[in-house]
Write a protein that binds this ligand. Structure first.
Ligand code: HEM
Length: 163
């Protein structure tokens, strides 16, 4: 089974496991907050043999974790099979941390995940998103900032017929 080549418009016909895999894979690739929120050590700290003095600014590179080779079957491409095992069951890797990890991880994770799911499913249920034939290949290079955003582009959005 290759979910990768199937259109997002088919999201509503996927099984729950496949849907979970697609939604997680979108967040892995789109990675909204690539450098998380900056932190600072409050005391001299040792981590995996490295000494980190008190007062050091810590920048978490979440985008590196989310595309780390060895953690994902397909680290550098959109492929929901990153979240499915050989039996087609949903599995979440420890490296999936778009909301960071630890005591200060995102407090809004539950709300954000619910919103992402509802917005995404509502959109793909109601509309077909069509890449214009004369637009060439889409350029997926992200625009870096405090948040990661896609480049702007034009797309045909068509109301789906009522079934
Ligand atoms: C896709 C949506 C979101 C993503 C990817 C995201 C990601 C993050 C990340 C990476 C952090 C930094 C964690 C750290 O310092 O280690 C954070 C912190 C935080 N987020 Fe979110 N967030 C999202 C949506 C939301 C929403 C909807 C809310 C609230 C309604 C929220 C509330 C917070 C709060 C309060 C913190 C600070 C937690 C703390 O410092 O203890 N976030 N978020």
């Amino acid at each position: 089974m290759s979910l990768r080549l199937q259109s997002l418009s088919k999201l509503t016909s996927f099984s729950i496991r496949e849907r979970q895999a697609v939604i997680h894979e979108i967040q892995r690739i789109a990675n909204t907050v690539p450098l998380s929120v900056f932190h600072c050590t409050t005391k001299d700290t040792e981590l995996m043999g490295y000494s980190i003095p008190k007062g050091t600014m810590i920048i978490q590179n979440l985008i590196s974790v989310l595309s780390e080779e060895g953690q994902w079957k397909f680290p550098h491409e959109f492929n929901p099979e990153n979240f499915l095992n050989e039996h087609g069951e949903f599995v979440k890797s420890e490296a999936f941390m778009p909301f960071s990890t630890g005591h200060r991880m995102c407090l809004g994770e539950g709300l954000a995940r619910m919103e992402l799911f509802l917005i995404m499913v509502t959109l793909v249920r109601k509309f077909n998103f069509i890449w214009p034939e004369d637009a060439g290949e889409p350029d997926f290079t992200p625009v870096y900032g405090a948040t990661l955003t896609p480049k702007s582009y034009f797309m045909k959005v068509q109301l789906r017929s009522k079934q």
